[in-house]
Design a protein around this ligand. Structure first.
Ligand SMILES: [Zn+2]
Length: 482
């Protein structure tokens, strides 16, 4: 603990010195609101020195040794986002619609699905303040804006959309253990959000890139071709930022230009690596533990009610993460495998209680099992507990159709009675002769019996299943086709 505290405080000091010196030469051109080109800068996340990086890496290595498994996937993490739209005093420059904010959240969730991190829009607020809107990283205006607007930084990602001067697209601060410090969060040029004007940086991946920094990832070109690079093993070294789309080799292997942590155009960056996932996990667990909360799909109840041959299922979730939905599955009486009955769409990601209902109509007599298969968007699934639904025998008896029919050489059929009695079943040929005794015994009420027909020693032809109890008699025909 003493080591952790020491390194955290060292890092905080380091951060304090590094902000304000972040702005580099302008290096990109993108479309302004009127279509005219703007010269700008891709990212102004404070650069970290090799010494700082070594201190972080040593700390994380130590943390991982004390918290083994922290790097492994084990369910989904939900990060709520508080959006702050900071506009000019005119109330229009810098405006972003609520719909585009939702799309930004979707872009983040899609990008970070690879890491099993999902995002939800927790709140949206708007502020008109030209000075704040134009704030540069490390400026007093930035810190004043964030101190005024930040919402619960320990458990919420604060996402500011602004109009930074100098054409800057965005910046963030690396995790450093100060969970409630208001300077954390990400800042993005408002027109980089989905449907914004900042072509080719208007698909929302400036947000993805800056949130990448927020969870602890460096640029892929960190340290150029020199170890430890970006402190991730499976991103190739890269001498310098890559702009646009295409391919390049600067350190002897293909540059990771498709990685979200390069400077590529939004349309051409689309991946994180397993190594980045592990590094993000350890950083979040070590430095942002309050925010690093797993939210599974919590099924709090699953019940069935039966009315005649209609079973109605109701279930309730207290929270859901990345939930595509529920497959209702049935194991019919006498069978050995569950089969899918229906798919009921889930609510994706939510921390609100959700109610679901589904009815199965026309159930046969017998004892059937039901369960829910909860499926995530990435295909992973989990089963609920099973529920038993017993449908009684209507009237005196039930004789179900034999299956298959025609058959060769075997078929089965089921029957049931509504009061306990002795029952006999026989297979009879067209001349009325009994060719096989199928069943004889005392049968309990409402318990379906499965009977097998073996036609292996019989010639092809039509036969009659004749079944006789104390309170009923019934028959059906079957065809043996060899
Ligand atoms: Zn960056």
């Amino acid at each position: 603990m003493r080591l952790a505290t020491l390194i955290r405080s060292v890092m905080l000091v380091a951060i304090a010195f590094s902000v304000g010196t972040a702005v580099n030469a302008q290096n990109i051109t993108y479309a302004g609101p009127d279509g005219a080109p703007i010269e700008g800068e891709r990212c102004a996340t404070p650069e970290i020195s090799p010494q700082q990086q070594a201190a972080v890496d040593a700390f994380l290595e130590n943390f991982l040794a004390e918290n083994p498994g922290t790097q492994n996937r084990d369910g989904f993490y939900l990060i709520p986002i508080a959006y702050h739209i900071v506009r000019y005093d005119n109330g229009t420059t810098g405006e972003v619609s609520d719909a585009d904010i939702e799309e930004q959240t979707d872009v983040l969730t899609a990008a970070f699905a690879f890491m099993d991190i999902v995002f939800e829009t927790a709140s949206i607020d708007r502020t008109d303040n030209t000075t704040w809107a134009q704030a540069q990283p490390g400026s007093s205006a930035e810190f004043a804006m964030k101190a005024a607007l930040a919402i619960d930084p320990a458990s919420t990602l604060n996402f500011y959309t602004t109009v930074p001067s100098g054409g800057l697209l965005g910046w963030a601060y690396f995790p450093d253990g100060c969970e409630s410090c208001t300077y954390h969060g990400v800042v993005c040029l408002y027109s980089t959000l989905p449907n914004g004007t900042a072509v080719p940086y208007n698909l929302g991946d400036t947000g993805t890139h800056e949130v990448g920094h927020f969870v602890g990832l460096y640029h892929t070109f960190q340290n150029g071709c020199t170890p430890p690079g970006d402190s991730v093993d499976d991103t190739n070294y890269e001498a310098s930022p890559f702009f646009g789309c295409g391919s390049r080799t600067t350190c002897g292997s293909p540059d990771p230009i498709e990685n979200f942590m390069d400077y590529t155009d939004d349309a051409c960056m689309f991946e994180f690596t397993p190594g980045q996932q592990e590094r993000a996990y350890v950083q979040m667990a070590a430095f942002r533990p309050t925010m690093w909360i797993k939210v599974p799909v919590e099924l709090v109840s699953f019940n069935a009610t039966l009315n005649g041959d209609v079973a109605t299922f109701e279930w309730v979730t207290s929270s859901e993460t990345n939930n595509s939905g529920f497959e209702v599955q049935m194991l019919p009486d006498g069978q050995s495998e569950y089969q899918a009955m229906a798919f009921v769409e889930g609510h994706g990601t939510t921390t609100e209680v959700q109610h679901y209902t589904y009815s199965v109509i026309g159930l046969n007599s017998g004892t059937h099992m039901f369960r829910l298969k909860q499926i995530d968007f990435d295909g992973r699934f989990e089963y609920s507990q099973e529920i038993e639904v017993s449908v009684g025998v209507p009237g005196t008896h039930v004789l179900e159709a034999a299956y298959p029919n025609p058959f060769n050489p075997e078929a089965t059929f089921r029957f049931g009675v509504n009061t306990q009695q002795n029952v006999r079943a026989e297979l009879v040929d067209v001349l009325g002769r009994v060719v096989s005794n199928l069943f004889e015994g005392n049968v309990a009420a409402d318990e379906m019996q499965t009977v097998r027909i073996d036609g292996s020693s019989l010639p092809s032809g039509t036969y009659m299943i004749r079944i006789v109890g104390e309170t009923f008699a019934d028959a059906q025909s079957v065809t043996l086709l060899k």
